[in-house]
Design a protein around this ligand. Structure first.
Ligand SMILES: Nc1ncnc2c1ncn2[C@@H]1O[C@H](COP(=O)(O)OP(=O)(O)O)[C@@H](O)[C@H]1O
Ligand SMILES: [Mg+2]
Length: 206
C-alpha cells in the first residue's frame, strides 16, 4: 500500500493511516528515552519484520552492543507494518514488554490476589511480547516454570516473542530449562540475530 498522497487514499487507507499514526505515537511514549532515537536495524531484523508470519526473534550479543535498543525499535517497526493493507488489524496490536527481572517480580506469588494470573494471561495472549535480558534473573525452578507457562502457550498459538539475551541460544537451557529452550529454538528458527561490536556504552559521546 502506498501512502504517497493524501488525495489518492481510499477511505479505508485513510483510516489505516490515522490508526497507524495514533498507535505509533502511543508506542513512542512507552519507549524509554534512551531507546527512542531511530537506529539502523540489522538485516536479520528487517527480514523478520518483512516476512513475519508468527515467528519469534532472538537478539543476542555481548553487553552493550545494542540489543535492547534494537528490540524496542524492532517492536516499533513491527507495529508500523501491521497497518499495511494485507495485515490490517481490526484493533490496535497489543505489545507487552518486560525485563526478565521485573517480570518475575510482577509474577511473584505474593502479588495482590489475582493480579499475577491476569498478567500471565495478558502475556500469553498479547500480539507481541518483548522480554529483555532473558538471562538477567537468577534461574530457579520457579522462574523456569513461569517462563514455561508463557512460552508454551505462545508457542502452541504461534504468537511471536522478541527475546534479548547475552546468552547464546544454545546455552539457554541453563537459564530457561530445557522445555523452554527447545520451544524457543523452534520459534526463533531462522531469526536469530547476533549483534557484533564493542560495548557502545564505552564509546565516546559524539
Ligand atoms: N545501532 C545503534 N546506533 C547507535 N547507538 C546505539 C545503537 N544501538 C544501541 N545504541 C546505544 O548503545 C547503548 C547500549 O545499547 P543497549 O541496547 O542498552 O545495549 P545492550 O542491550 O546490548 O546491553 C545505548 O546508549 C544505546 O542507545
Ligand atoms: Mg540490554
Amino acid at each position: 500500500m502506498s501512502f504517497s498522497s493524501a488525495e489518492e487514499l481510499s477511505p479505508r487507507e485513510s483510516v489505516l493511516v490515522e490508526r497507524r499514526y495514533a498507535a505509533l505515537h502511543r508506542f513512542d511514549e512507552r519507549i524509554p528515552a534512551l531507546y527512542r532515537p531511530p537506529i539502523d536495524l540489522p538485516k536479520e531484523v528487517l527480514d523478520w519484520v518483512a516476512g513475519w508470519g508468527g515467528a519469534s526473534l532472538f537478539l543476542t550479543g555481548h553487553i552493550g552492543v545494542g540489543k535492547t535498543h534494537t528490540a524496542w525499535q524492532t517492536c516499533r517497526r513491527w507495529l508500523e507494518v501491521q497497518y499495511a493493507a494485507d495485515r490490517s488489524w481490526r484493533g490496535t496490536p497489543v505489545i507487552k514488554m518486560f525485563r526478565s527481572t521485573a517480570l518475575f517480580d510482577a509474577l511473584r506469588p505474593d502479588a495482590p490476589s489475582g493480579e499475577g494470573r491476569t498478567l500471565v494471561r495478558e502475556l500469553q495472549t498479547c500480539d507481541l511480547l518483548f522480554i529483555d535480558d532473558l538471562a538477567a534473573a537468577r534461574p530457579t525452578e520457579w522462574t523456569q516454570e513461569r517462563l514455561f507457562e508463557l512460552f508454551d502457550e505462545r508457542y502452541i498459538n504461534r504468537r511471536p516473542v522478541i527475546v534479548t539475551s547475552d546468552v547464546l541460544p544454545n546455552h539457554l537451557s541453563e537459564v530457561t530449562g530445557p522445555r523452554v529452550a527447545s520451544r524457543l529454538a523452534e520459534m526463533c528458527r531462522g531469526s536469530v540475530a547476533l549483534l557484533r561490536g564493542d560495548d557502545r556504552r564505552k564509546e565516546p559521546r559524539p
